[in-house]
Design a protein around this ligand. Sequence first.
Ligand code: SAM
Length: 471
Amino acid sequence: MTDLPEAFVARMRALLGAEAEELFAALQRPPLVGLRVNTLKIAPDELRRRVPWQLVALPWCPSGFVVQRAAEQEADGAAPFGTPGQHPWHAAGRYYLQEPSAMAVAEALDVQPGQHVLDLAAAPGGKATHIAALLGDRGLLVANEVERSRIKALSENLERWGARNVLITNEAVERLVQRWGARFDRVLLDAPCSGEGMFRKHAQARAEWSVQQIQGCAARQARILEQAAALVRPGGLLVYSTCTFAPEENEQRIATFLRAHPDWRLEPIPRQPGFAPARPDWVDPPLPELVHAVRLWPHRLAGEGHFIARLRRAEQAEVAPPAERERRAAGSRLPAELLAAWQAFARDTLRVELPLAQVAARGDQLVLLPEALPPLDGVRVVRAGLWLGTRRPGRFEPAHALALAVRAEDARRTHALDERSVVAYLRGEPLREAGADGWLLMTFAGAPLGWGRRVGGVIKNFYPHGLRRST
Ligand code: SAM
């Protein structure tokens, strides 16, 4: 077996018997490219018709697809922008590239629009963007990530997604329990794990793998699973997921948790083609209800390896009520000048009205707060809500995030980029076009990409420096 750790091969043979050879064969094949549509911005069918790659629907995620033959199409020139990651609609947040099995996780959370959902280990934001779409931009998504170095990617991905009711935090789970208690309708713990399910995608996961690593991960998972559960309201759901095969990090974590917490039970995850039940016999003593959790094996379906368990907290569970309830978000009184600058910009540039009661000032910046927020004191907040823009001397400069959260028809002036000029725009180059001076929403094939500002026939480029492309 090339490249797979020997001890891993031995462990999987002991667990799976002859089936292990099918797994090893699958791990030698190239990984699939998955694409999940941002239903806040476009319907999956429409996107499928309008992108230059062939997309094959996934049974377990209505907005998810496998990208077929992207590489060949790129080579024969059928895909004008190259790979799906290079297409301008990716920069516009119309889709997220995510391996297909990972798309089953947020679906298992049974998110309903308007709920309050907490994603505890959110970076880089695959499942968080999925949850934001399922919420339909109502309620609240709290996307938390403890690792500071991973926050930038999370923020950028959520910004591109254009969701408004999002709070991004950078906290230890323990701290969130202390501050917030049992208040969320849904909590996702996509736990840090040994990553065996990603062996064919990430060489690093193979290189770092060891039995000791599995044991270390299992101990950490046990701790954060306890904490995650304390954040779920009575009657609410907790989804625990990993991208590894090791029973120590999957069935054994769930069994230990359930045996210690009689007011929790496993709920069945709707079965989809290729999903396999988790293994009650991989726990000592066996726990029959583990068949309600699922395993996604790369040799049984079009995706990488995943484990997903859905846990329901009893309605009657006794919990200490949160010290403070969610508050309807209300902006602090806006400085009159800042408010006037925003209103002048909004009148001139936008056709939509944003709820002023939720607009708040942070120095010279304005943000649109989510509909409701948990108490934020004592919590490291990275971003609360949608950045609207900044007051500059004599004018208001809109935020990139605002461009990605509105529709083309929401702007009074747009500039439709073509296949050539969109490349120049994403590189940060100025463009020329006669017309009235002022802010322009720059679009490609109907999708807003960012801002430009026309003065005397030259469109100054406001695509953020950090996102500009070099080719
Ligand atoms: N949910 C993410 C997504 O879909 O894009 C992937 C999350 S990744 C599997 C696990 C995350 O757990 C990492 O971002 C990692 O930084 C974070 N993590 C590591 N140690 C942690 C801890 N002690 N508590 C909470 N999260 C932790």
